[in-house]
Design a protein around this ligand. Structure first.
Ligand code: CA
Length: 373
């Protein structure tokens, strides 16, 4: 009986091997080894830095979990938690590092107090756009440096979303010149806040949940958030009058999925591949959604809520840009890895900027001129 079954298993294995051998080969023409699958179910927790289901940013991880559940036929079952449900929004990195949750979603600049160089993997004032960040991270060596940076914390990062160029923020007083930045109490985190401080302002660190009341009561004069699609949902327009552009401090904020290293290594290769592909899909999907919905939300803010749109004056942008250049470099001198990350980022930016000057930028200017004629 035992020999019978043993023989059957070998026969099935031979048939399977034959079938696999007959399937189309991979792109490079070489056959690929069949990936071992298993029926093991992985029930994971994914903690996030966002309020549950926040448009765009908070919806991304929910969609990621949905895709993975379907793609894996239920073998990767991820429950998504909003900020504060399991751990606080600013505790996501540590909780994934320690394995309290297998997975997290946030933005790398939130961890710059612990790892200063993390800022470069979210966004940099006057730095790269979404398209440029994706180029650097996926084809310019950025992702490898990011993994090296998080390695000591037992975290594997993936790109999972981008806001595109954000708005400059909400203000209750007009900014007509650099003088108006003096003493300006603005909620603006990260390097952007440090730039504002050097320009004479007073950056404040406030969680999203407290921004509304702080503006209403005059504790702050201004706040940056994201862009119209997100900001409309936060109702900030009812406590701030002027909506400034552009978001010089966040030109293309990359969002991240964090995976605990042990959890990642416990997965079979097919589930790992699904995560690698699905995070890339959400990375692109979130930017598409913001692109589609930002302008409609901006129209609602202006036409239905009387929000006044304003551009930062040229001298303000000039001042902030000059301060940013020096500050970003200074902030990346911590150690050899920081300096390598800074060099890689700046070399890529310079190269892509040269090309974008005659492609994206030249075209957008050409199209704008044509539309006004
Ligand atoms: Ca922001």
């Amino acid at each position: 009986m035992r020999d019978f079954f043993h023989g059957r298993i070998i026969s099935v294995a031979i048939v399977l091997a034959f079938l696999v051998g007959c399937t189309p080969s991979s792109e490079d023409g070489e056959g690929v080894a069949p990936v071992k699958s298993s029926s093991q179910v992985f029930r994971w927790k994914m903690i996030t830095t966002w309020p549950k289901n926040l448009p765009g940013l908070g919806v991304g991880p929910e969609r990621l979990a949905d895709h993975l559940r379907v793609m894996s036929n239920g073998r990767l079952d991820i429950k998504v938690y909003g900020a504060g449900e399991l751990v606080g929004g600013m505790e996501v990195f540590d909780a994934v590092s320690q394995g309290t949750a297998e997975m997290g979603h946030g933005a790398a600049y939130y961890w710059r107090g612990k790892i200063p160089a993390a800022q470069m993997f979210a966004t940099v004032p006057f730095g790269m756009t979404a398209q440029e960040m994706n180029g650097w991270l996926h084809y310019g060596g950025g992702l490898e440096l990011w993994r090296e940076l998080y390695e000591p914390f037992d975290i594997v990062p993936f790109t999972t979303g981008n806001s595109g160029v954000q708005m400059g923020g909400w203000f209750n007083k007009e900014i007509l010149s650099v003088d108006d930045l003096q003493g300006l109490k603005m909620r603006i985190p990260g390097l952007g806040g440090e730039v504002l401080a050097r320009a004479g302002g007073s950056p404040q660190q406030l969680p999203l949940a407290e921004v509304y009341t702080a503006l209403q009561t005059g504790v702050i004069d201004a706040t940056e958030l994201v862009g119209p699609y997100n900001d409309l949902a936060q109702s900030i327009h009812s406590v701030a009058k002027y909506y400034y552009y552009p978001g010089w401090h966040e030109p293309g904020s990359t969002l991240e999925t964090l995976i605990n290293k042990d959890a990642w290594e416990s997965l079979p290769p097919d589930l790992q591949e699904m995560i690698a592909v699905a995070t890339r899909a959400i990375n692109e999907d979130m930017l598409s959604e913001f692109t589609a919905k930002n302008n409609a939300a901006l129209n609602v803010l202006i036409e239905e809520h009387g929000v006044e749109l304003r551009a930062f004056p040229e001298d303000v942008i000039y001042k902030l840009r000059e301060i940013s250049k020096g500050l970003v470099k200074e902030s990346m001198q911590e150690n050899d890895l920081s300096r390598r990350i800074y060099s890689s980022y700046m070399e890529f930016l310079e190269s892509v900027e040269n090309y974008h000057r005659i492609s994206e930028q030249a075209f957008l200017e050409a199209r704008a001129d044509a539309s006004t004629n």
